[in-house]
Write a protein that binds this ligand. Structure first.
Ligand SMILES: CC(=O)SCCNC(=O)CCNC(=O)[C@H](O)C(C)(C)COP(=O)(O)OP(=O)(O)OC[C@H]1O[C@@H](n2cnc3c(N)ncnc32)[C@H](O)[C@@H]1OP(=O)(O)O
Ligand SMILES: O=CC(=O)O
Ligand SMILES: [Mg+2]
Length: 569
């Protein structure tokens, strides 16, 4: 089902949708094989059953934001102590994914899917969130690509290099990461309202692939998912774990529709918001029949630290490059996650080092690879059961570091980390140490604008200054700028004693735009969306109120509706 992307097809046909469902995205015969009446019907059922719960969960997030903005800080919920203290374990890990020592991640792009599945990693996390710009074309092609991947028929012909890509005999196990709850899908209206993005991603993927996946990949289990960007909060049990509860119910609903055993679907939840670190037991408890662990989503976690404390001028971050896993609050988070997961019998996955191979500079390349190696050795020695790799070139290093586990598929039983039960709220909230510099402000600006320009033109993950940048890392640049401008912080690492202001930021933006133009070249600069990205990024950094998500605030710019009043097929 390879797509002829360059061929223009007039929009003369429409999708065959069930009652109440309207597809406003471009028609394509290949997309129509995904957007069948039955598959859309399943998505609509999920939407109708869960939209009220999702709306309530989003309102709870807003309520929590009001509390944090009034001075509260996140902590362990006294009302769920019985869950944290209780003796329970999650369902046992499916044998097919017992060994997850290296997981490669990437957007649901055709060539990358094939490369990732062939990469030698144990798992491929196919991403509809941080690494993907959620345009209609990207999302629908992503669904087509995943279906072909699960069917084992996926191929890709790189015409410029006359190279054909196809799957090896041995491939990584597939996990799919749907979008977060906050993102709508404006191209699919259900009862007149945009569908919830993650229910579209999950529903379409599950509907088309569950049977084949369980047969060929999951040995009777699956499909497997990554879930993320939760902000589970609240002071009553009713609210506390509701985002986990909703997903659990979605899984049960899907299992029922498919007629497969309860507990077939398994998911790893990324702990990537500050409030969620206090609810790791609660999340596992709610998902105990569907869980296969937690993961340290370190980049969104850093973003969440700033977001949660947006009204706390006493908790400002140092330069972004200084907020690594060595900071006390980050180490405490990773250690407590390991202890929690192993106590409940599931994987404690590590996270992503941002370095990627540097082709044209062997010395810089060696330094980058050494940083990755150090990060992975820290993870495996701490007790993590596996890690993430952003690029196939990093897999040998990650594999080598995790050979520390010997012949064991994981460390669930051998690294209990009981010592980490002493980790306190103070440990998890400790303010990161380090200085703030003008170069930090410049780098945030340069990276934020270039990332947004890429996202607006369809790329959700890009290499910038030899690092992987995606929605999560770009968020840190945005909110850190916002925080520094908002509180007029002193740049105390330069010896200049300058305070950040809107005027200083304005000058930085101008100078960094000139630099970007020089770096990318006049032609690319003109053709790209740098000016638009600059305007949007500047607006967000200087807004009176911090936008919740960078991508949500600019989503309208990638929505492309098509006329619907044309003849049916
Ligand atoms: C914070 C988080 O959420 S982390 C998870 C989300 N982020 C991600 O998943 C990022 C994944 N990584 C990537 O997107 C890419 O590696 C980038 C953008 C960082 C770098 O991309 P590039 O500069 O194009 O990589 P490069 O040119 O070195 O690629 C070399 C080859 O490796 C392939 N490749 C690179 N990264 C990946 C990947 N993650 N998965 C599969 N293949 C990959 C390329 O397709 C290319 O293949 P080819 O030689 O057959 O043409
Ligand atoms: O999704 C991963 C992260 O680090 O954010
Ligand atoms: Mg993330």
């Amino acid at each position: 089902m390879e797509l002829e992307t360059s061929v223009y097809r007039p929009n003369v046909a429409v999708y065959d949708s069930p009652d109440g469902v309207e597809v406003r995205g471009r028609y394509d015969q290949v997309f129509a094989k995904i957007l069948t009446r039955e598959a859309l019907g399943f998505v609509a059922e999920l939407q109708r059953e869960f939209r009220g719960h999702v709306r309530y969960a989003m309102e709870c997030r807003r309520e929590a934001k009001r509390r944090y903005n009034s001075g509260a800080v996140p902590g362990f919920d006294p009302s769920t102590k019985f869950i944290r203290d209780g003796e329970w374990v999650c369902a046992s890990v499916p044998p097919a994914v017992a060994d997850r020592r290296v997981e490669i991640t990437g957007p649901v792009e055709r060539k990358m899917i094939i490369n990732a599945l062939n990469s030698g990693a144990k798992v491929f996390m196919a991403d509809f969130e941080d690494a993907l710009s959620p345009s209609w074309e990207n999302l629908m092609k992503g669904q087509v690509n995943l279906k072909d991947a699960v069917d084992g028929t996926i191929t890709f012909h790189d015409k410029s290099r006359n190279k054909v890509y196809k799957l090896n005999d041995q491939v990584a196990k597939l996990f799919v990461r749907p979008r977060g709850w906050h993102l709508p899908e404006a191209h699919i209206l259900i009862d007149g309202e945009p569908a919830t993005g993650c229910l579209v991603d999950f529903g379409l993927y599950f509907f088309h692939n569950y049977a084949k996946f369980r047969q060929t990949q999951g040995s009777g289990f699956g499909p497997f998912f990554y879930l993320q960007k939760w902000n589970i909060l609240g002071t009553s049990l009713d609210q506390a774990d509701q985002e986990a509860k909703i997903w659990n119910s979605v899984f049960e609903r899907a299992e029922k529709m498919a007629g497969i055993e309860r507990g077939s679907i398994r998911a790893t939840v990324l702990i990537e918001t500050l409030p969620a670190v206090f609810q790791m037991n609660e999340i596992l408890y709610e998902l105990r029949d569907h869980s296969v662990g937690l993961n340290c989503g370190r980049w969104d976690y850093i973003f969440s630290y700033v977001k949660t404390f947006q009204a706390h001028p006493d908790r400002l971050l140092p330069d972004r490059v200084l907020v690594g896993m060595g900071q006390h609050f980050m180490r405490s988070y990773s250690d407590l996650l390991i202890r929690t997961c192993h106590n409940r019998g599931v994987h404690a996955m590590g996270g992503m080092a941002a370095q990627i191979p540097i082709r044209d500079d062997p010395k810089a390349n060696e330094m980058a690879l050494n940083l990755v190696k150090k990060d992975k050795l820290r993870e495996v020695r701490a007790g993590h059961d596996g890690t993430w790799a952003a690029h196939p070139g990093l897999i040998p290093i990650c594999m080598d570091a995790f050979s520390h586990m010997g012949n064991n598929p994981n460390q669930i039983k051998s690294m209990k980390r009981d010592d980490a039960s002493a980790i306190t709220e103070e440990d998890l909230l400790q303010i990161p140490r380090g200085v703030r510099t003008l170069e930090g402000l410049r780098l945030n600006t340069r990276v934020g604008i270039q990332y947004l320009a890429a996202w607006l033109t369809g790329s959700g993950s890009v290499p910038l200054y030899n690092l992987m940048e995606d929605a999560a890392t770009a968020e840190i640049s945005r909110v850190q700028n916002w925080q520094w401008i908002r509180y007029g912080v002193e740049l105390n690492g330069d010896g200049l004693g300058v305070r950040v202001s809107k005027e200083l930021f304005g000058r930085v933006v101008e100078e960094e735009m000139e630099r970007i133009e020089k770096e990318v070249g006049k032609d690319k600069f003109k053709k790209g969306m740098y000016k638009e990205a600059c305007k949007m990024f500047t607006k967000q950094c200087t807004a009176a109120e911090l936008d919740d998500f960078l991508t949500l605030a600019v989503y309208d710019h990638i929505v492309a509706h098509y006329p619907i009043n044309v003849s049916r097929l």
